[in-house]
Every structure is written in structure tokens, then in C-alpha cells.
Design a binder for this molecule. Sequence first.
Ligand code: ADP
Ligand code: TRP
Length: 319
Amino acid sequence: MALTRRLTGFQATGKLHLGNLLGALRPLIAAQKAEGSVALIADLHAMTVDHNPTDVRENALELATVLLAAGVDAERTPIVLQSHVREHTELHYLLECVTGFGEAARMIQFKEKSANGGPVRLSLLTYPVLMSADILLYDVEQVPVGDDQRQHLELTRTIAHRFNSRYGETFTVPDGVRPEAAARVMDLADPTVKMSKTVGTGRIGLLDPPEMIRRVVARAVTDEFALVRRDPRQPGVTNLLDILTACTGSVSSATSYRVLKQEVTDAIEALLAPIRARHAELTADPGYVRKVLAAGADRVRPTAAATVARARRAIGLLD
Ligand code: ADP
Ligand code: TRP
């Protein structure tokens, strides 16, 4: 497992949270001994909805800092800013030529985000194809993503198979990687929705101070069963148990919700304290993070260029 090339990406839209760490980032870090894994910061994706240019730039740099703080070893696993490697947009267009309008319009996230009737950017519709380009550029074998991204990964696999069978073997078709626990960490204040960067109040940010972690967990919604067990009728308690298992690898011995919440608080704090400390060190030197991004793009460009050259030739473009 440790020698399998993996890639995963994060939108530069807000602060990373516990769901991002457990669902996608930790599985990437677990495979970083493999030559050819990539940690991607999707800044182009952050422009598929109303955006503030200054925020996109700042979020990109901050996200890179958090990835380093969380343990991405940029010497082994380059941290790449999507907009720094132009092949992402070039391959995006080529892949649009093998994707149906209906396929893109069927994506649940597009349907949800476009449902309120307001103006919708065309890039919101085509964003899963850009995500497919992100993945297929680097010949990776596995893509760790949380459950909310599985449909986009399936689309990627469909497009890659279609391209390969119409125009000749061009892309490696990757598999998804699902963490055993915490593929869908739920919002602690509303365990019927997933923890997210943008909606909900029961989110644990990776840089949240200990007192905030304690407060958010203490207020986590439970139920009146007063039974510490995994049960679909107890989504709040099930979520707490899943988080505990994902953080510690062990199961709870608690018999009350109060004790369970204490265990969860301690487990999260043990996981996040070193990330906070390393983040504080890194912010003292923003020039270093910029260098990491420049080096990351330089490292991966040859692979990206080779993939695009293969795809151009296969689909019918002159050299
Ligand atoms: P968000 O959905 O919070 O805005 P992203 O869209 O940038 O975050 O997601 C980055 C990665 O983190 C994706 O692989 C996504 O599936 C994963 N992820 C996001 N939220 C969760 C969650 N609550 N539980 C598990 N994984 C998640
Ligand atoms: N679309 C993903 C999300 O919103 C982020 C992302 C962009 C990604 N490119 C990717 C995830 C490539 C995995 C692989 O969460």
C-alpha cells in the first residue's frame, strides 16, 4: 500500500477541517513514500463560485502551510498549486471533448449548488472535468477522497476509460481509496450533514485552539437513548465514535456521553496539537512556503507535459 502513487486535492476556499484530514489528507500522507504522489491545491476550483481574488491567493498559501504542518513531506510528495501547472487547463479542454453535457449536469454537487436559482458559472458545471484532468495528468494509481467526491471520481474513471478505448491507451485509470473510519465526518452540531469548510457550525478546524475543540465537542448533538453505540438512529453518537476510532485506532470504553465527549476531545487535541505547533513555526517564514510551491510545480511539470503530449497526439492534434 505504502508504495502506491496517490493524489488528492483540496479547494482553496477556506480552512481545512477534521473531515478533510481524516477523509483525504491522512490517506495521502500514508502513501507518501511512493515516488510520484501529489498533494494538489485546487485554486482554479475556488473560482467556480463567487470569489474574492485576494482570498483565493491567501487561501492557497495558507492551505500549503497547513498541508506542510499536517505532515506532507514536500521532498517526497510535491505540493502543487493547480494554476501553476498550465497542463491542468489544457487537459481539461481535451477531456471536455469526451464528456457529455448530461454527465456533467447530473453531478450531485452541481445540482445542489445550482438549485437556488441564482446565477451559476459555467465553470461550476465543468469543474468535475477539471478535477478529472488533475487526477489523470499524473498517472496516479489511487485517489483518496471523502464520500462527497466519489461521484466525481467515478466520472473521472468513466472519462479515462472512454478516452483510452476511443483513442488508444493514454491514461492510467485510478481507484478510489476510502478510509476505514471517517470517510464522511459529520457536522457535530448537525450530524445529518457532512462537516464542511463552508456550511454548518459544528466544524473542527485543524488550527482551532484547545478550548474551541472542547466547546464544539461538548456541544455536539447526541440523543436521548443514553447508549454509547453505533446505530443509524443515533447519528451524533455514531459520528463521535467514528471520529474517535479514526483518531486513535481504538474503540470507546465510555458508558456515558459525557465521558465519550471527553475521550473525543482528548483524541482530537492529541492529533491537532502538533499540527498547530508546526503551523506556527511555518508562518514565521512565508517565503519558505512559496518556495515549496515553486519547487512542487517544477517537479511535476515533466509528467504533466508528457501526459498532455500523449493525449494531444491520441485525440488528433498535430505535434
Ligand atoms: P469541503 O467539502 O469541506 O469544502 P473540499 O471540497 O476541499 O472540502 O474537500 C477536500 C477533500 O476532503 C475531499 O476529498 C473531500 O471528499 C474530503 N472531505 C470533505 N469533507 C469531508 C468530511 N466531512 N468527511 C470526510 N472527508 C471529507
Ligand atoms: N473537487 C475536490 C473537492 O471539492 C477537490 C479536488 C480538486 C480534488 N482536484 C482534485 C480531489 C483531485 C481529489 C483529486 O473536494
